[in-house]
Ligand binder design. Structure first.
Ligand SMILES: [Ca+2]
Length: 166
């Protein structure tokens, strides 16, 4: 995903995020430009942190990518805890469902947007669900399985701290 967004340049700047969101189909319609801008702002705010210089490097992407996942997956130390995945997945997909669709993810995200961002809950949910499918739906069938989420979490944990992965 990093390579797709950065277009293999080694870092991601805001225009690259805007291009990427447009390719994912975020935007379109009357408020399309605003949706893409909000999505790009949120992406840069979460990932461009050390330093906040307008570019997201691979190191920043790895260190902060867990911030893009539901807070419910993080333990008291802010680490992604694989044991929390089944509970979160069933909240996203609904009980007794083997997969989550983009609509399921959008509903989950929209229901958890709080504070000032609530004004843009629909936009955030739309952009987030498209990003989630792009990151998680490896076979492109529009469905995300619990195992997809488990793979992503273990990839992120392995990149942050290989000693955490047994
Ligand atoms: Ca940066």
């Amino acid at each position: 995903m990093f390579d797709r967004v950065s277009q293999n340049t080694g870092s991601i700047d805001r225009p690259a995020v805007v291009d990427y969101l447009k390719k994912l189909g975020v935007g379109g319609g009357l408020l399309g430009g605003q949706k893409v801008n909000k999505g790009a702002d949120a992406f840069m705010a979460k990932l461009d942190t050390s330093p906040a210089d307008g570019k997201v490097t691979w190191e920043e992407f790895v260190a902060e990518s867990r911030q893009l996942l539901p807070a419910q997956l993080r333990d008291g130390q802010g680490r992604l805890n694989p044991a929390l995945i089944p509970q979160v997945f069933s909240e996203i997909a609904g009980t007794n469902k083997s997969h989550a669709t983009r609509d399921d993810i959008a509903r989950y995200v929209a229901g958890r947007v709080t504070g000032a961002a609530a004004m843009f809950a629909g936009t955030i949910a739309d952009a987030s669900s498209k990003l989630a499918l792009d990151a998680l739906d490896a076979d492109g069938d529009g469905k995300v399985q619990q195992s997809d989420l488990e793979h992503l979490v273990s990839d992120i944990n392995a990149q942050i701290d290989p000693s955490l992965v047994g």
